[in-house]
Design a protein around this ligand. Structure first.
Ligand code: AMP
Ligand code: MN
Ligand code: MN
Length: 330
């Protein structure tokens, strides 16, 4: 059953229908929404009889290794056997977030852009569906599948659900809409095993991850009179606990739990092209806008969840970002 409150653009449906070989890409370092939306669209197009290629510059994270995929995830465009007829970009607020490797292809073939980030410049040459009121790109793919008269069942339903819970904090953030909950109800009606997915997503930590989080919790810095909660992670810290770098994903949500904290800031040291840089994750609540802070550093995101990569080590990043964060409550 389709949701009468949501309209999927006809241009988008037409673009998808007119190509038989489709490459699906999402932003690099994908979260559950980027990966789930990619898988969900892949299953949708496979069911329509199309050849589906999944692409992600950094691959999908290990913690989503159980997610059923319609095809393997390619990380190298040059290894493609021939060109796709169409590229669909998902959950990527601008074309650059898809990674450098795909930029040439984006100029050569028609592009469909499906996303929920405010400020998305509608970079799709064939069609754009950009709706910042949508909590997750995965919800958009669910509506798209239903517009194509596919029931939300099996691997498709699983992928949509992973996207929804990832970007709504399991239906708890302010971005959750009635249409999101109605879609979750249809997923359940289709036989989705939500407890099974919860176990795979959450009750699946390594001992090292738990110990890493323990260390991060004891090292938390509370700054600016209790309004700013900060955690810094060096590149070597996860190794000390036998944890993976991706195990720090989601820790920023813990900082937001502290009473009085209005901005949560996670600073992860990364190395790119031989340079030490910092991946910044920002969280806030209600009217407090952290997207503006991320945008000052070339990043983006949503009002209450944003990020950027800064060309400085973590301590220096904290020093330069802190004055901008004070604007959030001033
Ligand atoms: P994260 O903190 O990595 O979970 O990201 C939170 C939000 O910020 C997501 O909506 C991301 O799409 C967005 N975001 C994270 N990093 C960047 C970046 N480097 N550029 C633009 N948006 C970003
Ligand atoms: Mn995302
Ligand atoms: Mn998203």
């Amino acid at each position: 059953m389709r949701d009468s409150t949501v309209t999927v653009p006809e241009t988008l449906l037409a673009a998808l229908k007119s190509h038989d070989r489709v490459l699906i890409a999402a932003h690099a370092n994908p979260d559950g929404d980027a990966a789930g939306a990619s898988a969900a669209l892949g299953w949708t197009l496979r069911t329509l009889g199309k050849e589906v290629l999944l692409y992600n510059e950094t691959g999908f994270p290990d913690y989503l290794g159980w997610l059923r995929l319609p095809s393997p995830v390619l990380r190298d465009i040059s290894a493609l056997p021939g060109k796709p007829g169409l590229v669909v970009a998902l959950d990527s607020g601008d074309a650059a977030r898809l990674g450098e490797g795909i930029q040439g292809l984006l100029r050569e073939v028609p592009v469909v852009n499906i996303d929920h980030h405010p400020g998305n410049p509608e970079y799709g040459s064939a069609a754009n569906w950009v709706d910042p009121a949508m909590p997750a790109t995965g919800e958009m793919i669910g509506h798209l599948a239903e517009a194509l008269e596919l029931p939300l069942e099996g691997a498709l339903a699983e992928a949509v659900y992973v996207a929804l819970v990832s970007d709504t904090g399991s239906f708890a953030y302010g971005n959750t809409r009635p249409s999101t909950l109605r879609m979750a109800a249809r997923l359940l009606e289709g036989g989705l095993d939500i407890a099974g997915i919860r176990a795979k997503l959450d009750n699946n930590w390594s001992e090292g991850k738990l110990r890493l989080w323990g260390r991060l919790m004891s090292d938390v810095r509370i700054l600016d009179g209790g309004r700013l909660g900060v955690a810094l992670i060096s590149r070597s810290l996860p190794d000390e606990y036998g944890a993976l770098r991706e195990d720090a994903e989601g820790f920023v949500e813990q900082l937001r739990r502290i009473k009085g904290v209005r901005v949560a800031l996670l600073l992860r040291e990364v190395e790119k092209d031989g340079r030490i840089m910092t991946r910044v994750s920002l969280r806030s609540s209600g009217a407090d806008d952290v997207r503006k802070v991320a945008a000052q550093f070339g990043g983006g995101g949503h009002r209450n969840a944003a990020g950027a990569t800064v060309d400085l080590p973590p301590e220096k990043t904290l020093a330069v970002i802190q004055p901008y964060i004070r604007h959030v409550w001033n």
